[in-house]
Write a protein that binds this ligand. Structure first.
Ligand SMILES: [Zn+2]
Length: 342
């Protein structure tokens, strides 16, 4: 099969790899229908040291079950499924709590002999616990929005849930990338009345307004904080969807004392303000990697009936062999989120 492999910063190649086969009786092999490039794929794209072996890429995909292991009972060949961005058994103590990201038997695509999602097929471990069957055909117009449940939409939802967004709230979302825009959808869905989106890319913030943002703040740093405070008087619930120290500082600067900051962006910093200043302000820092599997079934009805349309974050589609161009276009900010079709 053909699949995307990263060999170092800026070096993504699509090459022939062995066809996935059932290894464990709980595996399934999924033939990919749609996959995509994640904002988090851009961090290694910018910084990964060169390697001779390479790393299979991609953790967001949707496809058709081709084969199942002997112990898989809930799926069969021909089922259209979406995969959350990590696999999990959905039975251990963490999974039972809805924290599938911490599954004791789970793991990541592209590591430990598991394929990446940016390829023609994927061996999915713990298939029964991981894959969610979709009640539509593979050529459905809903495929992009269903694919968004794999990561960006469920991650945005995690931000809104952990920030404690409720009906009537005012919420600040820092970041106009695909996750930030999905956090706007999620905050709106949970009833937020006022949603301030901090971002400076006009096409993206325009989409954010369509998703439910009521205000856009293009200023950054201290100016951005001042503008949010001027507009709202300060917000009690902030979703940080970038992952840089500057974005965290904006979130902490804008949040009211006693408020909550939920982090969704994979942190690109190792140190932060954990000292006395934050302590005195009684700020709750929450969020983290989303347990996507926990949220897919909750959000699925809203995608199926068109209440939410997160697939609009995909603004360009690339054939699989052009996945390197998809990375380049996203890294250059010419594309918000790239869909990849085998
Ligand atoms: Zn588990």
């Amino acid at each position: 099969m053909r699949a995307a492999v990263m060999y170092g910063a800026g070096d993504v190649r699509v090459e022939d790899r062995p066809d996935p086969k059932i290894v464990e009786p709980t595996d399934a092999v999924v033939r990919t229908v749609a996959a995509c490039v994640c904002g988090s794929d851009l961090w290694p794209y910018r910084s990964m040291p060169a390697t001779g072996t390479g790393r299979p890429m991609g953790h967001e995909f949707l496809g058709v079950v081709e084969e199942t292991g002997a112990e898989v009972t809930g799926l069969r060949a021909g089922d259209l499924v979406v995969a959350p961005f990590t696999y999990s058994d959905n039975t251990c103590d963490y999974c039972a709590k809805g924290l599938q990201i911490s599954c004791r038997h789970g793991g990541r695509y592209g590591f430990d002999g598991v394929d990446g999602g940016q390829g023609e097929a994927v061996r999915v471990p713990c298939a029964d616990g991981t894959l969610v069957k979709l009640p539509v055909a593979a050529d459905s117009a809903l495929v992009p929005s269903l694919l968004a449940l794999s990561d960006v939409m469920t991650t945005g939802h995690h931000g809104a849930v952990t920030a404690g967004v409720r009906r009537g709230d005012t919420v600040l979302v820092v970041g106009d990338g695909a996750v930030g825009l999905c956090a706007v959808i999620a905050a709106r869905r949970l009833g937020a009345e006022r949603i301030v989106l901090a971002g400076r890319h006009e096409e993206r913030t325009a989409l954010g307004r369509e998703f439910g943002a009521t205000d856009v703040v293009a200023e950054r740093g201290a100016e951005g904080v001042a503008r949010v405070r001027e507009l709202t008087g300060g917000v009690a619930k902030v979703i940080e969807a970038v992952g840089t120290r500057q974005a965290l500082d904006t979130a902490l600067g804008a949040v009211l004392d006693g408020g909550t900051v939920s982090r969704l962006g994979a942190p690109q910093y190792e140190e932060g303000p954990l000292g006395r200043a934050g302590f005195l302000r009684n700020i709750t820092l929450t969020g983290g990697a989303s347990p996507a599997r926990a949220y897919i079934e909750r959000l699925l009805p809203d995608v199926l009936d068109g209440t939410i349309d997160p697939g609009r974050v995909f603004d360009r589609t690339f054939p699989l062999d052009r996945t390197p161009d998809a990375y380049r276009a996203m890294a250059d900010r010419q594309v918000l989120k790239a869909l990849v079709r085998p």
